[in-house]
Ligand binder design. Structure first.
Ligand code: PLP
Length: 402
């Protein structure tokens, strides 16, 4: 068992294996699945009343928490360098609990024009329904983020890197704006994972993840996490139990199992993605690769200054004589991939590939798509941990079909 002081000294790789051990009160090396919705009351009525009023209890009622959640929360808080963490049933569960706990009617939020789609719906549609104003700015324009701040701004919400072009936000600058003006700052860190980027070190107050992605890592669960100060996370927990987005015991157990190998998976993914990006960039059938580790990425210097690794997330443009040809060529490439699965989501062991222009064809006109940076030939890729030569061969043969 490790004390808090010990944990602070451990490397991420070790924390992922041993962090939160103290929450497993059983002799089982692998903690059991606490598949119970409710727990027997302690003997004294006062102790039961205390339990009922406590925040994130581990053995009271499953919507409020369970021992596996507590174990994982300790690991994730240490990985992100925050005081506390809270698990939820999905990434959107984490985002909505954290955001709704931060704003009230009359408040103003500054966010980016590019965000994960459901987070965008929260900002564009849901918050205004509750009297919260939202300003959207180009995340690459740091001065514009500062200029958008108003006296009633209570939240700056960012995501970095972000779809579709792996665009970055200057986390140091956002952290500074928030600290100087006492505004809560929040970053969705899903694409990077805590091993590649830790926004809290740059002054970002709250770090969010869809744990469905790298943290879980096997495409077999949905989960989310809110990392921040104890005061913030406690408040977000109160919102979360009202929204009902608690993580179920089996999903929590699967998430802990997935986390054990996070460091190996992220290391391999980073290496694979770099080699694949270097293969794709000069390819004659590809006009551009968007990957922050490449010198050609317009924010490469920023990436080097705030990321420790660059993850498996990238996008690239397939060539074509016109928009229609690009669309067809992207489709042909995807149809001919033998290893990469044409599926949404990301951060898993297997390589996943999507063609945003066809996926969003009912949602956006070609003009709207283009304005969002989603070209007809754009392909989004989440690189997995397969053997890299096999992956490159797969892309080579699929590109030969284009
Ligand atoms: N944030 C990002 C960057 C995502 O890509 C996603 C899902 O794809 C989410 C949040 C939402 O996560 P979940 O699907 O677990 O609710």
């Amino acid at each position: 068992m490790h004390t808090e002081r010990d944990l602070a000294r451990l490397h991420a790789e070790t924390l992922l294996i041993h962090g939160g051990d103290a929450h497993n009160a059983t002799p089982a090396v692998v903690p059991p699945i606490w598949q119970s919705s409710t727990y027997r009351a302690p003997d004294s009525p006062e102790a039961f009343a205390d339990l009922a009023a406590s925040i994130n209890p581990t053995q009271f009622y499953s919507r409020h928490g369970n021992p596996t959640n507590a174990q994982i929360q300790e690991i994730l808080a240490h990985l992100e360098g925050t005081e506390s963490a809270m698990l939820t049933s999905s990434g959107m569960g984490a985002i909505s609990a954290a955001v709704l706990a931060s704003v009230k009617s009359g408040d103003h939020v500054v966010t980016q024009t590019s965000l994960y789609a459901a987070a965008m719906t929260l900002m564009r549609t849901v918050l205004p329904q509750f009297g919260v104003d939202v300003t959207f700015v180009d995340q690459t324009d740091t001065a514009a983020i500062e200029q958008a701040i108003r006296p009633n701004t209570t939240l700056i919400y960012v995501e970095s890197p972000v779809n579709p072009l792996m665009t970055l936000t200057d986390l140091r600058a956002v952290g500074k704006f928030g600290r100087e003006r006492r505004i809560t700052t929040m970053c969705d860190n899903t694409f990077a994972s805590p091993l590649n980027q830790t926004p809290h070190e740059f002054g970002i107050d709250v770090v969010l993840h869809s744990a469905t992605k790298y943290l879980g890592g096997h495409s077999d669960l949905t989960a989310g996490v809110v990392c921040g100060s104890k005061a913030f996370v406690d408040n977000a927990w109160k919102m979360m139990i009202v929204l009902g987005s608690s993580l179920a015991p089996l999903e929590s157990w699967l998430l802990l199992r997935g986390l054990r190998t996070l460091s190996l998976r992220v290391e391999r993914t980073n290496q694979n993605a770099m080699k694949l990006a270097e293969f794709l960039e000069p390819h004659p059938k590809i006009s551009r690769v968007n990957y922050p580790a490449l010198r050609s990425h317009p924010q490469h210097d920023l990436a080097m200054s705030q990321m420790k690794g660059f993850s498996g997330m990238m996008s690239f443009e397939v060539n074509g004589v016109d928009e229609s040809a690009k669309f067809d060529n992207a489709q042909t490439l995807i149809r001919n991939m033998k290893l990469a699965a044409n599926a949404v989501s990301l951060g898993s062991v297997e390589t996943l590939i999507v063609h945003p222009a066809s996926m969003w064809s009912y949602h956006y006109t070609p003009e709207q798509r283009a304005a969002m940076g989603i070209g007809a030939g754009l392909i989004r890729l989440s690189v997995g941990i397969e053997y890299i030569d096999d992956l490159i061969c797969d892309f080579e043969q699929a590109l030969n079909c284009v």
